[in-house]
Design a protein around this ligand. Structure first.
Ligand code: CA
Length: 237
């Protein structure tokens, strides 16, 4: 019997928004071979419409697109309730740190710089979808003012619904489930993103910064442990 919603083990659908046909085909071929269902859009406007209509499990979004560029597409997706929670991996054309940082600050779940190997993309996709599926045990988890509905990936602060991306959701849940214990930054990268190296340190910090902003006054629950990583404070019982 299948588990509902996000826990479904059914075939995951990936939308590739990329105008360069050969790259889209190469990525698509490799994802299909790995068992994913693949949808493709070759410009930003079609990509946005397709994402809202089809609600894929993950979107691979190139930044340089005709019609509407990747940043604009991304902002649209995050504004719309149908697509706000869909993980996005951005593709950047250049190795320029500027692009990567901008992508992460916009709230992308991960990014890859061209040229990249299809295998690397596949690993990133699998890591993100794995953590989407990994919600064992009870479906609800509460900690301090936070409540996580692990099944629907819904998040509440003092019982008011709040929007988190799926990566922010997993990150905060992971920390809350281990509250009072500091989590090493490399462990966090490995657990949430599936890899860990110095170049991706920024990924973690950028996500933390956004997460704190979204939590508003409750952002102070997350403590930075200098030289180690992050920790969610222990609640006063
Ligand atoms: Ca492009």
């Amino acid at each position: 019997m299948e588990t509902p919603g996000y826990l479904s083990s059914a075939m995951h659908r990936i939308l590739i928004v990329e105008d360069e046909q050969d790259i889209a085909d190469l990525i698509g071929f490799n994802l299909q071979r790995a068992g994913f269902e693949v949808l493709k859009a070759h410009d930003g406007i079609v990509g946005t419409e397709m994402a809202m209509r089809e609600r894929p499990d993950l979107i691979v979004l190139d930044l340089m697109l005709p019609g509407r560029d990747g940043y604009a597409v991304f902002r649209e997706l995050r504004r719309d309730t149908r697509t706000v929670g869909i993980p996005v991996i951005m593709l950047t054309a250049r190795a320029q740190t500027e692009d990567r940082i901008q992508g992460l600050e916009a709230g992308a779940d991960d990014y890859l710089t061209k040229p990249f190997s299809p295998k690397e993309l596949l690993l990133r996709v699998q890591a993100i979808l794995k953590r989407s599926d990994a919600a064992p045990g009870s479906v609800d988890f509460s900690y301090g003012p936070f409540r996580f509905d692990k099944n629907a990936l819904k998040f509440y602060i003092e019982n008011e619904p709040a929007e988190l991306t799926s990566t922010e959701f997993k990150l905060l849940l992971y920390l809350c489930e281990r509250a009072g214990k500091s989590q090493d930054r490399n462990d966090l990268l490995r657990t949430i993103w599936g890899y860990s190296d110095a170049a991706h340190s920024r990924t973690l910090d950028t996500h933390m910064k956004r997460l704190r902003q979204k939590l508003g006054p409750h952002g102070s629950w997350i403590e930075t442990i200098r030289g180690v990583g992050y920790c969610v404070a222990k609640a006063n019982e």
